[in-house]
Design a protein around this ligand. Structure first.
Ligand SMILES: [Zn+2]
Length: 154
């Protein structure tokens, strides 16, 4: 009889943990997963200037300093990398260059990608028993407190 009751308790615990795990998974996937961050490649058009292999200046396409090497680059990109305008040609841009760079974006509606699902399953499987144990501790403490109160009242 006692053994049977123990078994039933285990079944109840397992069912509750599974329910918590499934809820956690659904909350993560449908609610949090719907505003996931994703790295996307963004194309940007910038004024085109030229740099050399060794120098730290950027130049106009017709500048004499470009005789040995000339590497096209976006003006903003060049300035970001520490290049400054050439004092001879002024580093004036000619035309535009398309630069693609990576950007972190909030993407909606990609909750069901495999990476997200695996992560959420792992999270749910680990977090559910923890949450349940934590919850049980609170209930047990409360019950103890109540019974103490009762015994004192008697
Ligand atoms: Zn120059």
């Amino acid at each position: 009889m006692v053994k049977n009751r123990g078994k039933q308790n285990w079944l109840r615990h397992t069912v509750i943990i599974v329910i918590i795990a499934v809820s956690l998974f659904l909350i993560n996937t449908l609610w949090l997963g719907s505003t996931a961050h994703k790295t996307v490649s963004v194309n940007e058009s910038q004024p085109k200037v030229y740099i050399t292999k060794s120098g730290d200046k950027y130049h106009n396409v017709s500048c004499g300093y470009l005789h040995s090497s000339s590497i096209p680059i976006g003006k903003n990109e060049a300035e970001k990398k520490g290049y400054t305008a050439c004092s001879v040609c002024g580093g004036t841009a000619s035309g535009t260059i398309t630069i693609s760079h990576k950007e972190s974006k909030v993407v909606k509606g990609n909750a069901w990608n495999s990476q997200n699902i695996i992560l959420n399953v792992v999270l749910a499987v680990f977090a559910a028993p923890m949450l349940y144990i934590f919850f049980c501790c609170i209930v047990e403490k409360k019950e103890k407190f109540e019974s103490n109160k009762k015994s004192r009242e008697i």
